[in-house]
Design a protein around this ligand. Structure first.
Ligand code: 5GP
Length: 193
């Protein structure tokens, strides 16, 4: 596989990485395209098939694992599989795009390891685990049990921050967005407007 750059944003759920990634995608000069992951989890609210995720069954997911179709995959939460299909990155590289990922820390670090020279791996740090709880509850798209599962994982994920190329603190969203924009612009080698 060969092509443009890979930009990874990883963080505990609720850290604001999705907001940051969506903002960066709007900055046309960065020439980014979003890597749509496959997942076996159920679709939430407004999510769109093929845009947010490829929603597939667990058995389809397992077929892809057996077929060696994933660049990386992870059972991020129990019975919820997520993975980056090789075909997805190839599709976006073929369009001449830099690929941006919104994936969990383990997956992010795996991609970095596979493409060390083409990857910028950014960790987004939330102000605190308590703040994460508040944000996830505000989002209120999931049950208490699922929220607790995400919080439990967050502490483990926070410990991986030093393995990333860059860490952005998302205490103030505007500052975090500007910082993310600058980092990616520098990495893809363009002058920021
Ligand atoms: P959510 O269910 O909130 O959409 O995602 C849960 C977690 O899975 C998030 O941290 C998200 O970034 C991560 N995730 C999404 N896609 C992938 C993927 O393809 N691979 C891995 N390893 N994690 C992913």
């Amino acid at each position: 596989m060969k092509g443009g750059k890979l930009i990874i944003f990883s963080a505990p759920s609720g850290s604001g990485k999705t907001t940051i990634v969506q903002y960066l995608l709007k900055q046309k000069e960065l020439n980014l395209a979003f890597s749509v992951s496959a997942t076996s989890r159920v679709r939430r609210g407004e999510e769109i098939e093929g845009e947010n995720y490829y929603f597939i069954s667990t058995s389809e997911f397992i077929k892809h694992i057996k077929g060696d179709d994933f660049l990386e995959w992870e059972e991020v939460y129990r019975d919820n599989f997520y993975g980056t299909l090789k075909s997805e990155v190839e599709r976006l590289w073929a369009k001449g795009k830099n690929v941006i990922f919104d994936i969990d820390v383990v997956g992010g670090l795996r991609i970095k390891k596979k493409f060390p020279n083409e990857t910028l791996a950014v960790f987004v740090k939330p102000p605190s685990v308590d703040e994460l709880k508040i944000r996830l509850k505000k989002r209120s798209t999931e049950s208490e049990e699922k929220i607790s599962m995400r919080i439990a994982k967050a502490s483990v994920e926070l410990a991986t921050a030093p393995q990333f190329d860059k860490v952005i603190k998302n205490y103030d969203l505007d500052i975090a967005l500007a910082e993310a924009h600058q980092l990616v612009a520098d990495y893809v080698g363009i002058e920021k407007k």
